[in-house]
Design a binder for this molecule. Structure first.
Ligand code: 1GP
Length: 247
């Protein structure tokens, strides 16, 4: 399957894509598979698998294999470093944390991971990863020079740099569990310069109203993670958000 084309086609056809993020470190592989199934039943379009800490090796492989048993929605790796690559995924967000101060998150992990991606045959989807305040764990781990939440022009400059470097996707990340999602003004300004390039927004999106606000502002894809870990009815929560963001 061509995952990038699959996602882009949904964005064109339905307005907005919904992605469910599962961190393999947060539950057992069987529990992760149940969450993926429930999210798929709620209408999510694909499952992102990864995290900032402890999301590699056997746990990552097992989580992907169990998820595959339960749903045929594509699995996309969302790696915190080069250990976050697995041949059992369909694709990988091959991303560079452009606003990191640490070269390992900009190019070194990518260099170490690239041959593994090549040999495994999984599809790389190039992505500029930008962390906005408050940034959360990923901002700390990735040593990000956080983009101030009210400085859309800085996010625009980074997004343009990513686009001119050839990255197809841009991800505006407020950090998992953020108390505030990326602001609509920033989303709109970034989407304006990206044109046809796709914009992903995540971090702190917990309800349909916030998800819809992000989608209306210009997000092509919405990521939710924490709500699937915290909710007792994952299908219903995802359904609410999916119906709010699809045209
Ligand atoms: C984190 O953007 C994602 O990388 C998801 O954030 O856990 O807040 O949904 P939440």
């Amino acid at each position: 399957m061509q995952v990038e084309k699959y996602l882009n086609d949904i964005a064109e056809r339905e307005g907005t894509v919904h992605l469910t993020l599962i961190d393999p470190a947060s539950q057992s592989p069987d529990e992760a598979a149940e969450i993926a199934l429930a999210a798929a039943q709620g209408g999510t379009d694909a499952i992102m698998v990864g995290g900032s800490t402890g999301a590699g090796g056997m746990l990552l492989d097992q989580t992907l294999l169990k998820i595959k048993e339960k749903t045929d929605k594509p699995n996309i790796l969302f790696p915190g470093n080069s250990a976050g690559v697995s041949r059992y995924a369909d694709a990988i967000f091959f991303m560079s944390l452009l606003n990191s101060r640490d070269i390992s998150f900009i190019t070194s992990n990518q260099v170490m991971g690239a041959p593994v991606v090549y040999k495994s045959g999984i599809e790389p989807i190039s992505m500029a990863y930008l962390i906005v305040e408050p940034g959360g764990t990923v901002g700390w781990v990735g040593d990000a020079k956080l983009i101030p939440k009210n400085k859309a022009d800085i996010a625009v400059a980074y997004a343009l740099a990513g686009k001119y470097l050839g990255m197809h996707y841009t991800y505006l990340e407020a950090g998992s569990g953020a108390d505030e999602a990326v602001r609509p003004e920033m989303i709109g300004a970034v989407k304006h310069v990206l044109g046809d390039n796709k914009l992903i927004v995540g971090g702190g999106i917990r309800d349909a109203v916030t998800a819809k606000r992000c989608a209306l502002a210009g997000a092509d894809m919405i990521v939710t993670g924490t709500i699937v870990e915290k909710s007792s009815n994952v299908t219903a929560r995802i359904e609410e958000i999916v119906s709010a963001i699809k045209s």
